[in-house]
Structure formats: structure tokens, C-alpha cells
Design a protein around this ligand. Structure first.
Ligand code: BGC
Length: 764
């Protein structure tokens, strides 16, 4: 008996060993023979060189370090890729160094941050996501790819898919908001848009899903801060968009600056190997964020050699700017701290990416000098930017019948963002040119030449000189006027006198959101709040066009008799898009993709919250010993999914095709939507489901479907969602992806803030 047991054990060790060596073998061989052949010729130093990503600087301003002696390093075979350099002529020079002056002539990857358009800047990603229009989003990404590749770029540091539930965090602007289901759809659309069908097509580029992982959950909304999160929350709420991008074929992954449960993402083996490679099967390459490898020293993980070894052993393939790999890996191999085999694995992944781009066949494939002229900032692209911007706007409040405006109206256009180019593009648009953007004043004039428009600035974006200095870091954004705030206000009130309607364009400067631009007070700056109050006092109808890179706290403004159109930072066609919507050429259809809180104290506040054992009894009613606040209700100011239209939509016949759902079938959940107002318009029809009982506490509702439809006035359409048990799955306590039978509630509506109207059951 004993012997048998021993034999069995031996046999299983043998089988395990066999499996290990087979999978090990699979890992240590590329399916691309050219890559293997090249690798076999490479020295250790040459392999390490492939893992080094540098920027010659000039135009890219992020972090403090900018790579030195880039030219010499390329020639010495010490560089695998470059970013922050653009234009076929310039890139050709760099590529020629790599191809002609190094022993093996391996071409460079050429990266860039093309976050919301290249030269043709689209609205910030948070705005784009508010369109809920995946075809549109994919189209913007594919235009971005056409333009960037025309300028020599073959690798993009986007999409940013970090779920963000804290609007204090400035980088909420760069993602698709708070929801994993919507975020996953946006992630897929962007990867498809950038990468197209075939990476060797010179109008496509490799997409990078970032920032892996959980960057949007930085504590207190302070950028780069700690993240400590349960795996159940990660798997169910934060990881799905990264996985969706990888399943859609994203060629690379960028790590994040934050630590994840005690280990910085850039050196986190669980994240980069166990989850990303072993569980998700990712086979592209992983790049660090800008010096995030070196920053592990400050995180308290050791010196440069130690953190570089940590990162390589964790599964990082490429080191952005920090040169920790370049300067320490050889020593670590000699000291047995990393294996040459692991360096080979990382180099293999970089070479495979180059091969997939077709760079071995033709290193100059992206360097057609005739393309920039033909492909960049075309009329067609600008038209798409205008269309995308109009579709990203969210009508937050309608007061009377002021909107849409008449094209011959007498309009007082007021506000620090009303005749402004510098703040139209929004954060992370380093490849765009603010001077090419259409200010709102110009846009209104172009769209309504018969309108009588008078303009006054009215206020500074902020009167706070210290803040102004911080937001002027990349150029003049704050633009504090030479005139005193009092004089500006006086001028505005004078301008308003002869008008029938006041349009006030107010909000945040570009650099008040984005990287390293967290705020603890997310209201409209005081200078502008005062202006708004004074304009309302005139008694004239007031429309606020609000620009920002995040949800703002606008409790006070929502109580004023004003209409509010949220326009984010709209991009290069800002003014035209604002005019299209204000004058009713396009009826606004955007819906919020992140909750707007009543005040900062409510944060984090998001729609998919869970119940407590002591829920708020009735919405808005305080009761002692219940989960509520003394000072505000639990509900947010504006919920996820919310957004108005110039017309009205009514929902009826919300029903399930059957009361029960069997395992291999699907049921249809449907609703009839009728346009009962006076304008044609689009509506984002949303399906939310609540799993009433399950083995881990369920969110009170979860988005499980959405469709954007167009309805002429008076028209009705029935929208159907087919739901199977696949759609009801979640990660349980063992992190298995399962569904559990039971009862489910659902509703179909134009916002997440709606009662449940139907149920169905899933049988055992
Ligand atoms: C940002 C990344 C960006 C990188 C390179 C970093 O500071 O976090 O999103 O891709 O810089 O520019």
C-alpha cells in the first residue's frame, strides 16, 4: 500500500515535470522563426538593450527625467524603443541609427501618448465615453491611428481603462468612468480602433492597455497613491476593462505607478505573471510607466539593482526611461539574481511586437513622408471631432424652454472659457495644438451668422495666483486678466444688458484635471461661481456651458434657475460642437459615466454600491442607526447614466420574455421607448440587473446592457436585450467566474436612478 502511494507520487511528479517542461518549452520558443533566429544571435547586452525605452524629450513632459545621449545609445544597441518623437523625417533618422549602426540592425518601436486623438483632438475620454456610442469611439481611435502612424508612430500608450470612482483624481478625465461593463465595451472599441484587423497595415498601431492595475483607486484621489483592495472587488469591479482590452487583442500592457496590496504594480509578480499571463493568457509585452521602475526605490523596495531585478522577475519586459534594466540587469545575472533566460523571454516579446508590426520586413514602413500632409487633420477628421464632441455633451438641467437657442437670438456670451483656445483640448493632448481649436465665440458665429453675439470674459478661471501658476505648467491656461475681477464683472453685466439670453462658458482649465492634478475641492472656482450668481441676478435666462475634466460638485448651481450643458473639454472642434448643440442642430444625447456627488464628503459614491445591513430607510430620509449621513442624503447629485435631451422619452412595456431562464438559453428583456417631446433625438437605453441573493454580497444594481437609438418625434421603438446566464456571472469568494441560480430584478430606463420593474428566475 505504502509502496503504491510512493509510486503514485513519483508518477505524478514525473507527469507534472513533463507538463512543466512542455509548457516551459512553449514559453521559451516563439512561434515566429525569424524571432528565434535573431534571439539565437543576440548577446546578453543586446537583449537587455531591447528592454530599454527612452525619450529624447521635447514635447513630452511627464516626470522629471528625460533620457540623455539617446543617439549614442541607439547606435550602441542599447535601445528597444523611443517615444516623444514625431514626424517621419525625424523618426527615420533614429530608425537608421538602429538599422544601420547596430550589429543586428533591429528596428525601434516608436511610441506615443495618443489619448484622445493625435493632431485632430477629440473630446477627453471621459467625455467620449459619455456618448455611449461604441462605433463612434472606435472611429475616433482609428482616426487617431491613421494620423499617428502617418507621423511615424507604431505603438500607442492608450487606452487608459482604469475604473475611477473618485472625481478628486484628476486622471478620471482619461478613462471611461466608473463602470466595468461600460468600461469594457469602451476598452474593446478603442483597441479595435487602434489596431484594426492587421498590425502590418501601416495605418494601425499597437494598443497599450493601462495602467495595470487599479491606478484609478488611488487612496483619497491623490495621484500615484497607495491601492489596497480585496480581490473580490478587483475581479468584479476594477479588472474587467483590462481583461476586455486584452481579450480584444491589445498588444501591450503598461504597469501603474501605485502599489497593489503592498507591492508596486511594476514589481508585482501576482499581477504581471500569475494574473496577466497565467490566468488571462496575455502574450504581448509589458512596459513600465514613466520611471515607475525606479520609483519602487521610494516605495521602499530596495535600490535600483534590487527593484530592477524585482520587476524583471515579476514579469516586466520593458523599462520606460528609468534605465534600471539597462544599468543593472547584467550585474544581476552575474550575481544570480535574475536569469538570462528571463531576459531572453522579455526580449522575445519585444521582438515579436516588432515582427507583428512588419518592422523586420520594412523598418521604414511607417515613415512615408507624403502621409502627414494627406492624413493628418483632414476635413473629414475635423468633422468627426465635431460630431464626437457634440455627442459627448450631457444636458444636466433644463430651465424653461430656453434651449435650443434661436439662430437669430441676441446672445451675451460670457465667461473665461467663452473665447478661449488654450483650454479646449483638455488633458493629455500633447500631440494636439491648442491654437488650432475653435473657441466657442467663433463657433457660435460660424453656426449662427444672424445671431447678435456680444462677448465679455466676466471673470478669471481662478483669481488664485498660486493655483494659476500650477495650472500654467504647460503654457498659459489660467490667463489671469490684467483687469481687476471687479472690472471684468462690470463689463459682463454691461454686455448682458442688451441680450435676450446669457450663455456663460465656465469651468476648469485643462490642467485642473489629468495627471498630477487632483483636487480636494471640486466645485467651480470661486471667481466663476460669483460671476454665475451675478448673471442670474439679471433675471435673464442663463445657460451654463460647463467645461471640466471630472464630475464637479455643482449643488449650488443646480439650485439656480439656469440650464446646464456639460461639455467636458471638447477638443479641437469645441466651438462648433457647442454651437451645434446650443442651436439645436444636434439634440444632446450624452449620459454621465461617472456619478456627480453632492459634496466631496460623499466620495466615493457610485451607482453600483452594495446594500448594508441597515440601509437608508426611504431615499433621502434620515433615521438613527441606519447607514446614512446627518447632512446629506445618500443619493448623489447626478447619477450614473443620467442625461437630458431637448425632447422627452417615455418607457413602457418593460418586460421579460419568460419568467425563468435556463442554463443554455437566453431570455429577452425589452422595453418600448417613445419620443413624446418636440424634437427628434437619441436616447441611451440602459438595462440594469440586481442579483437578489448570492454567495457574495451583490451590488444593488449593475449595468448589463445599453443601446443608443434614434427616435423621430412621436416615434416608438422596442429595444431588446438578450440575457443568458453568461451575463449574470461574477467572481465568487474563490475567484471562480460563476453564476448562481435565484431571483433577479431588472429595469430598463434612461438612467441608473430608477426602481426595478420586473423579475426573472434562474433555476438550479
Ligand atoms: C503616464 C502614462 C504615459 C507616460 C508616458 C506617464 O506619466 O502615467 O500614462 O503613457 O507618462 O508619457
Amino acid at each position: 500500500m505504502k509502496l503504491k502511494k510512493k509510486m503514485n507520487k513519483k508518477l505524478s511528479i514525473l507527469i507534472l515535470g513533463l507538463i512543466y517542461s512542455i509548457s516551459g518549452f512553449a514559453q521559451s520558443q516563439s512561434e515566429i522563426p525569424e524571432v528565434e533566429e535573431l534571439l539565437s544571435k543576440m548577446t546578453l547586452e543586446e537583449k537587455i538593450g531591447q528592454l530599454n525605452l527612452l525619450t529624447p524629450g521635447g514635447g513630452v513632459a511627464t516626470g522629471a527625467v528625460v533620457s540623455k545621449n539617446v543617439e549614442d545609445k541607439i547606435k550602441a544597441g542599447n535601445v528597444g524603443g523611443l517615444f516623444g518623437v514625431a514626424g517621419p523625417d525625424k523618426i527615420r533618422i533614429a530608425q537608421e541609427y538602429a538599422v544601420n549602426d547596430t550589429r543586428l540592425g533591429i528596428p525601434l518601436l516608436i511610441g506615443s501618448d495618443v489619448i484622445h486623438g493625435y493632431r485632430t483632438t477629440f473630446p477627453i475620454p471621459l467625455g467620449l465615453s459619455s456618448s455611449w456610442d461604441m462605433d463612434l469611439i472606435q472611429k475616433t481611435a482609428s482616426i487617431a491611428a491613421t494620423e499617428a502612424t502617418a507621423d511615424g508612430i507604431n505603438w500607442n500608450f492608450s487606452p487608459m481603462v482604469d475604473i475611477a470612482r473618485d472625481p478628486r483624481w484628476g486622471r478620471i478625465a482619461e478613462g471611461a468612468g466608473e463602470d466595468p461593463f461600460l468600461g469594457s465595451a469602451v476598452a474593446r472599441a478603442m483597441v479595435k480602433g487602434y489596431q484594426g484587423e492587421d498590425l502590418t497595415d501601416p495605418t494601425t498601431m499597437i494598443a497599450t492597455v493601462k495602467h495595470f492595475a487599479l491606478y484609478g483607486a488611488a487612496e483619497a484621489g491623490r495621484d500615484y497613491n497607495t491601492v489596497d483592495m480585496s480581490k473580490i472587488k478587483m475581479f468584479n469591479q476594477y479588472l474587467p476593462p483590462y481583461k476586455a482590452a486584452i481579450d480584444a487583442g491589445a498588444g501591450s500592457v503598461m504597469t501603474s505607478f501605485n502599489d497593489v496590496n503592498g507591492i508596486p504594480a511594476t514589481g508585482n509578480k501576482w499581477l504581471l505573471t500569475d494574473l496577466l499571463r497565467d490566468r488571462w493568457g496575455f502574450n504581448g509585452f509589458v512596459v513600465s510607466d514613466y520611471t515607475s521602475l525606479n520609483e519602487m526605490i521610494a516605495h521602499g523596495m530596495g535600490d535600483l539593482q534590487a527593484v530592477s531585478a524585482l520587476a524583471l522577475n515579476a514579469g516586466l519586459d520593458m523599462d520606460m526611461v528609468g534605465e534600471g534594466f539597462l544599468t543593472t540587469l547584467k550585474k544581476s545575472v552575474e550575481e544570480g539574481k535574475v536569469s538570462e533566460e528571463d531576459i531572453t523571454v522579455a526580449a522575445r516579446r519585444i521582438l515579436e511586437a516588432k515582427y507583428k508590426l512588419g518592422l523586420f520586413e520594412d523598418p521604414y514602413r511607417y515613415l512615408d513622408e507624403t502621409r502627414p500632409e494627406k492624413d493628418i487633420l483632414t476635413e473629414e477628421h475635423r468633422a468627426m471631432a465635431r460630431k464626437a464632441a457634440a455627442r459627448s455633451f450631457v444636458l444636466l438641467k433644463k430651465e424653461g424652454n430656453v434651449l435650443p437657442l434661436k439662430k437669430n437670438a441676441k446672445i451675451a456670451l460670457i465667461g473665461p472659457l467663452a473665447n478661449n483656445k488654450n483650454n479646449m483640448l483638455g488633458t493629455w493632448a500633447p500631440t494636439g495644438d491648442p491654437q488650432l481649436s475653435v473657441p466657442v465665440l467663433q463657433g457660435l458665429k460660424n453656426v449662427a451668422p444672424n445671431a447678435k453675439i456680444s462677448y465679455a470674459k466676466g471673470a478669471n478661471i481662478t483669481d488664485d495666483a498660486e493655483l494659476a501658476e500650477k495650472i500654467n505648467v504647460f503654457g498659459p491656461r489660467a490667463e489671469i486678466d490684467e483687469k481687476s475681477p471687479k472690472a471684468l464683472l462690470k463689463e459682463a453685466l454691461q454686455t448682458a444688458k442688451n441680450a435676450e439670453v446669457i450663455v456663460a462658458v465656465v469651468g476648469e482649465a485643462t490642467e485642473m484635471s489629468g495627471e498630477a492634478a487632483s483636487r480636494t475641492d471640486i466645485t467651480i472656482p470661486q471667481s466663476q461661481k460669483k460671476l454665475i450668481r451675478e448673471l442670474v441676478k439679471t433675471g435673464k435666462p442663463v445657460v451654463l456651458v460647463l467645461m471640466s475634466g471630472r464630475p464637479l460638485v455643482i449643488s449650488e448651481e443646480m439650485d439656480l434657475p439656469v440650464s446646464i450643458l456639460q461639455a467636458w473639454h471638447p477638443g479641437v472642434e469645441a466651438g462648433h460642437a457647442v454651437a451645434d448643440v446650443l442651436f439645436g442642430d444636434y439634440n444632446p444625447s450624452g449620459k454621465l459615466t461617472a456619478t456627480w456627488p453632492r459634496n466631496v464628503g460623499q466620495i466615493p459614491v457610485y451607482y453600483a454600491q452594495k446594500n448594508t445591513g441597515r440601509p437608508e430607510p426611504n431615499p433621502g430620509e434620515f433615521e438613527k442607526f441606519k447607514s446614512n449621513y446627518l447632512d446629506v442624503p445618500n443619493s448623489p447629485l447626478l447619477p450614473f447614466g443620467y442625461g437630458l435631451s431637448y425632447t422627452q422619452f417615455e418607457y413602457s412595456n418593460v418586460e421579460a420574455s419568460a419568467g425563468e431562464l435556463a442554463e443554455n438559453e437566453s431570455i429577452s428583456l425589452s422595453a418600448t421607448i417613445t419620443n413624446t417631446g418636440n424634437f427628434d433625438g437619441e436616447e441611451v437605453v440602459q438595462l440594469y440587473i440586481h442579483d437578489k441573493v448570492r454567495s457574495i454580497t451583490p451590488p444593488l444594481k449593475e449595468l448589463k446592457g445599453f443601446k443608443k437609438i434614434f427616435l423621430k418625434k412621436g416615434e416608438s421603438k422596442t429595444v431588446e436585450f438578450n440575457i443568458s446566464v453568461e451575463d449574470l456571472k461574477f467572481y465568487n469568494a474563490g475567484l471562480e467566474y460563476v453564476f448562481e441560480p435565484g431571483e433577479f430584478e431588472f429595469f430598463i430606463a434612461g438612467s441608473s436612478d430608477h426602481p426595478f420593474t420586473g423579475t426573472f428566475k434562474v433555476e438550479e
